[in-house]
Write a protein that binds this ligand. Structure first.
Ligand code: C5J
Length: 224
């Protein structure tokens, strides 16, 4: 059993039932020329979490704990991109346009790849998702059920969009959820702050919160 000190409640489960979810750490959001920067955002804000998230990922690897990477992207023919999403944003490039990192937000394009600093290892699960939430039109739930995972630790970008959407979807499906405050980031400091406050408000209405050092320490010192 591992017990991670968190607010407003501790996060406790056997390590075999915990998975680290790494949301959308892909070039389209973290590199100049991708979807995020074409919307006018400063990608450096998101890049600030790379070292702390890498430490967390490596600790999970050390203990053979499960890691699942999500990536937001669409089929090349955009048949899974509804107009309501396609039309949004006054950006330089629209979804599907050819930009400096290939076609924007399209599965398999250079911009759709996880950033090289966090490249998944062979055997780690990568799930493509067409929506903001990781459960929408994916087999994430089936994968988690087959691995007997009940507790999810959330990291990645952006805090208030894809991370929060997936965390809410997870909670509705009965998973216990934790968000890692220094392994998630937003293009907007205020949105991150408000989202974290909202998640843990009212006794942890969406889940609990902890940080990389605390989680790593809990894994390192857990009773075997
Ligand atoms: C956005 C995401 N912000 N990964 N996607 O469009 O949060």
């Amino acid at each position: 059993m591992i017990s991670i000190p968190a607010r407003p409640f501790n996060f406790e489960a056997p390590l075999s039932q915990i998975a680290l979810i790494v949301v959308d750490m892909q070039r389209d959001f973290l590199e100049v020329g991708g979807f995020g920067s074409s919307l006018g955002n400063d990608v450096e804000r998101l890049r600030s979490i790379i070292p702390s998230l890498l430490s967390l990922i490596n600790t999970f690897r050390k203990y053979n704990a499960k890691i699942i990477y999500l990536k937001e992207g669409h089929k090349p023919d955009l048949s899974d991109c509804p107009n309501s999403k396609f039309r949004r944003g006054e950006n330089e490039y629209k979804i599907g346009d050819l930009g400096p990192l290939g076609r924007i937000l399209i599965n398999g394009e250079p911009g759709n790849q996880i950033i090289p600093e966090l490249s998944p290892k062979i055997g780690e699960i990568i799930i493509e998702k067409p929506g903001k939430g990781g459960f929408y039109k994916t087999n994430l739930n089936e994968q988690l059920e087959s691995l007997k995972i009940s507790h999810l630790i959330f990291s990645g970008v952006t805090t208030e969009v894809c991370v929060q959407s997936t965390m809410r979807e997870a909670m509705d499906r009965g998973y216990e959820t934790l968000i890692v405050e220094d392994a998630t980031e937003s293009y907007f400091a205020q949105f991150k702050k408000s989202t974290l406050e909202m998640i843990i408000s009212q006794g942890g209405i969406v889940g609990c919160i902890s940080n990389v050092a605390t989680i790593m320490n809990s894994l390192e010192t857990r009773p075997i």
